[in-house]
Design a protein around this ligand. Structure first.
Ligand SMILES: NC(=O)c1ccc[n+]([C@@H]2O[C@H](COP(=O)([O-])OP(=O)(O)OC[C@H]3O[C@@H](n4cnc5c(N)ncnc54)[C@H](OP(=O)(O)O)[C@@H]3O)[C@@H](O)[C@H]2O)c1
Length: 280
C-alpha cells in the first residue's frame, strides 16, 4: 500500500496539500497514493475535509482516488508518536510522501510568553517533526532503493523565511524554523544517496489560520511590511509540490523572501534587524 502522510492537515497549507494530493494523477500508475493519512488534533475538521474532498470522485467516476484517512493526534504528546509508530507497524505501508506541515508560534515578547507556549512551539516545530520523520523513514528507505528516481519517496518540511534570521516578537518560532532549515538540509544530503528527496519550503506570510493562532485573535491579519508579501495556499502548495518532484533541496517562495534570504547571507544580522524594526 502506497501512502502520503500530511501533518497539520486540518487547516491552511496542510488542507491544501491534501486536496492537491487527492487530485494528483500519474499517467503510468493512476493515483500515486492508495491512502492519504491526515494528521492534526481536530478530528471534526479532518472529517469535514475528507467529506468535502470526497465529493470530487462523483464528478469523475472513471478515476481511482486515494482513501482519505483522518488520524487525530496531538503531535506534541509522546503517546501520539508511539501510536503513529504502532499504526505504521500494523499496516506496513510504503510512504511515498511525508509532509511535515504541523507548526505554530506565539507572536509576543518572549518575556510575556508562558512556559507552556514555549514548550509546545519547540516540541511541535522541532521535536515532533524530527520524530515523525524518524518513525517514517523505515517505511521509505527499503522501497527507495528499488524505485526509479521519479517515483522514489520524498519528504517535504515546512520551515519559514522566519528561520533565516532572529525575529523579535517571534523569538522562539524563528529559532524553531532555523532548526527545520538546518535539519532538512542535512537530512537531504544524508538521504540523497539513498534515493529519498528532502525539500525544505520557506514561505513568507501565507493567508491561513497561522496569524490568528499566533496572535490568539480570530480576526488577526498580517500588518506592516509583512502585509505586502502575503501569498495564498493556492499558489504556494502547487509550487511546493513541483519543487519536491524536481527533488530540490529548498524552495524560498516569493521575491521578497528570496531578497531576505540573500540579505541574511551577505549583510550583518544587526543591520537587517535594524531595517526590519524601522519598516514594521
Ligand atoms: N501562514 C504563514 O504565514 C506561514 C509562513 C511560513 C511558514 N508557516 C508554517 O506553515 C505550516 C502550516 O501552517 P499554516 O500556515 O497552514 O497554519 P494553520 O492553518 O494554523 O495550520 C496549522 C496546522 O497544524 C496543526 N497543529 C497545530 N498544533 C498541533 C499539534 N499539537 N498536533 C498536531 N497538529 C497540530 C493544526 O491542526 P489542529 O489545530 O487541528 O491540531 C493545523 O492543521 C506551519 O509549520 C507554519 O509554521 C506558516
Amino acid at each position: 500500500m502506497n501512502i502520503a502522510i500530511v501533518t497539520g492537515a486540518s487547516s491552511g497549507m496542510g488542507e491544501e496539500f491534501v486536496t492537491q494530493l487527492f487530485m494528483e494523477i500519474d499517467n503510468r500508475i493512476g493515483a500515486p497514493y492508495d491512502e492519504i493519512w491526515m494528521i492534526a488534533r481536530s478530528e471534526d475538521k479532518l472529517q469535514n475535509l475528507r467529506d468535502s474532498v470526497a465529493n470530487i470522485p462523483f464528478r469523475m467516476p472513471e478515476r481511482r482516488f486515494p482513501i482519505l484517512r483522518p488520524i487525530p493526534l496531538d503531535l506534541t504528546k509522546e503517546e501520539s508518536i508511539r501510536s503513529l509508530a504502532a499504526l505504521l507497524e500494523e499496516r506496513k505501508p510504503v510512504i511515498r510522501l511525508l509532509i511535515n506541515c504541523a507548526g505554530m508560534g506565539r507572536n509576543s515578547a518572549f518575556a510575556e510568553q508562558t512556559v507552556e507556549e514555549t514548550r509546545s512551539a519547540i516540541t511541535l516545530n522541532c521535536t515532533s517533526l524530527s520524530e515523525v520523520t524518524n518513525i517514517c523513514l523505515p517505511y521509505m528507505l527499503p522501497a527507495a532503493s528499488s524505485l526509479p528516481k521519479k517515483e522514489a519517496p520524498r519528504i517535504i518540511n515546512i520551515a519559514s523565511s522566519a528561520g533565516f534570521l532572529p525575529q523579535p516578537g517571534y523569538a522562539v518560532y524563528a529559532a524553531t524554523k532555523s532548526y527545520v532549515i538546518s535539519f532538512s538540509r542535512a537530512l537531504a544530503t544524508e538521504l540523497q544517496s539513498r534515493n529519498v528527496a528532502v525539500t525544505c519550503i520557506c514561505p513568507g506570510p501565507v493567508d491561513t489560520n497561522f496569524i490568528k493562532v499566533s496572535k490568539n485573535d480570530p480576526n488577526a491579519t498580517f500588518t506592516g511590511f509583512k502585509s505586502k508579501f502575503v501569498t495564498t495556499t493556492g499558489k504556494l502548495i502547487p509550487a511546493s509540490l513541483r519543487a519536491s518532484k524536481k527533488r530540490k533541496k529548498m524552495l524560498v517562495y516569493g521575491l521578497g523572501q528570496k531578497a531576505l534570504h540573500l540579505m541574511s547571507k551577505v549583510l550583518p544580522t544587526s543591520w537587517i534587524l535594524f531595517f526590519e524594526r524601522g519598516m514594521s
